[in-house]
Design a protein around this ligand. Structure first.
Ligand SMILES: [Zn+2]
Length: 361
């Protein structure tokens, strides 16, 4: 008799432009065997010593890559997950560690490698076709998919607010003749932190802004703050704690570590890299000062100066990069503001103003 060690307690999916991610919630880590077939395109996973503790058995997905997913207990202690695909896809399966309220999880990425490549090439093309003098700004809405970011008392999720404001900023910037703006993520799915930098570099970004809303166990903590990278330790303990928390995004959201070539370009020598990094940092500080000066007209500043810590997402050596915490989603007043279209517009306008100032000092 097999011992029933693990249970599947939930199943969900996230649709990205180049892949669909299926996630199982588990009471324990599980062993699996996976099989793929081409006609009809589908993949299935089998789990031994596992039971089903979810009512979700057959789900319609109908996104670009997945038609349906079904969970069945084929015999006592043996669960099968069948994913009916729209086309042949590469399957990457990896466990996600428990963190905060997230249990053990298993992520199954169904990746369209052709589409992934195409998007990368499209981004690189933008760099070549831009009119001379055009500045490229990449706005990075933090979190997404499995990683909701901070959550407010009214269940407002950071990932949704930052996407809305990000879209507004990009819209404003793209009305400006000399600026072109792009988002790292266009929907509710997760992008690993290192991959966000990669996207920015493919676009040839002149400026990178990562958008966030803060969270705290202290419900009274409120206000906006601005951060840049530090290579030599954080400004203070609170900045370090924040960077650690933002960096946990990879654990929550699920970073499948495929080799991403960011700083390890063999053509770049270390001296050149240091020079670029120094210049990018200086420029990040200049932009951070503009942001603080402008944001204080829209919201109370938590700190009157920018602070520094080791944020993974700000590590591009050649792109000035800043992280903005727009307000505390965990504070009742700030949460209400963050949900207001008017406040979102004001915040987007403020960032737009600062970005314009940055390029025309
Ligand atoms: Zn965040």
């Amino acid at each position: 008799m097999t011992t029933l060690a693990a249970s599947v307690t939930d199943i969900r999916f996230w649709s990205a432009p180049d892949h669909t991610r299926v996630v199982l919630d588990l009471t324990e880590p599980i062993q699996y065997e996976s099989y793929s077939q081409e006609t009809p395109p589908q993949c299935y996973l089998e789990f031994k010593g596992t039971t089903l503790l979810t009512e979700k058995r057959k789900m319609k997905v109908n996104d670009r890559y997945l038609l349906t997913m079904s969970l069945t207990e084929v015999e006592r202690g043996k669960v099968r997950l069948v994913l009916h695909q729209t086309r042949h896809l590469i399957v990457n399966i990896f466990p996600l560690k428990p963190y905060l309220d997230k249990p053990h999880r298993l992520a199954i990425d169904l990746v369209d490698v052709g589409q992934e490549k195409k998007e990368e090439e499209d981004r690189k093309k933008q760099k070549e076709v831009r009119p001379k003098g055009t500045k490229i700004v990449v706005i990075d809405p933090g979190h997404g998919g499995e990683d909701p970011g901070a959550i407010g008392p009214k269940k407002t999720m950071e990932k949704n607010i930052v996407l809305k404001v990000g879209e507004k900023i990009v819209h404003l910037l793209n009305q400006h003749q000399e600026i072109q703006a792009f988002l790292t993520r266009k929907g509710d799915y997760f992008i690993p932190l290192e991959a966000r930098i990669k996207v920015a570099r493919e676009y040839g970004a002149d400026l990178f802004v990562s958008l966030h809303t803060d969270g705290s166990f202290n419900p009274h903590a409120k206000g906006s703050s601005v951060y840049s990278l530090s290579l030599s330790g954080a400004t203070d303990e609170a900045a370090k704690v924040l960077a650690d928390k933002e960096n946990m995004s990879n654990v929550l959201g699920g970073a499948f570590l495929r080799p991403v070539s960011i700083t390890k370009d063999p053509n770049l020598n270390q001296i050149l890299l240091d020079l670029m990094q120094n210049n990018s940092l200086k420029e990040s500080f200049r932009f951070a000062e503009y942001l603080l000066a402008d944001i204080k007209d829209v919201n109370h500043l938590k700190y009157p100066y920018y602070r520094q810590a080791n944020f993974i997402v700000l590590r591009a050596p050649d792109i000035p990069s800043v992280l903005v915490e727009m307000a505390f989603v965990t504070n009742t007043g700030d949460e209400r503001l963050l949900n207001q279209n008017e406040f979102q517009d004001k915040m987007a306008n403020t960032l737009f103003t600062s970005i314009k100032r940055y390029f025309r000092p």
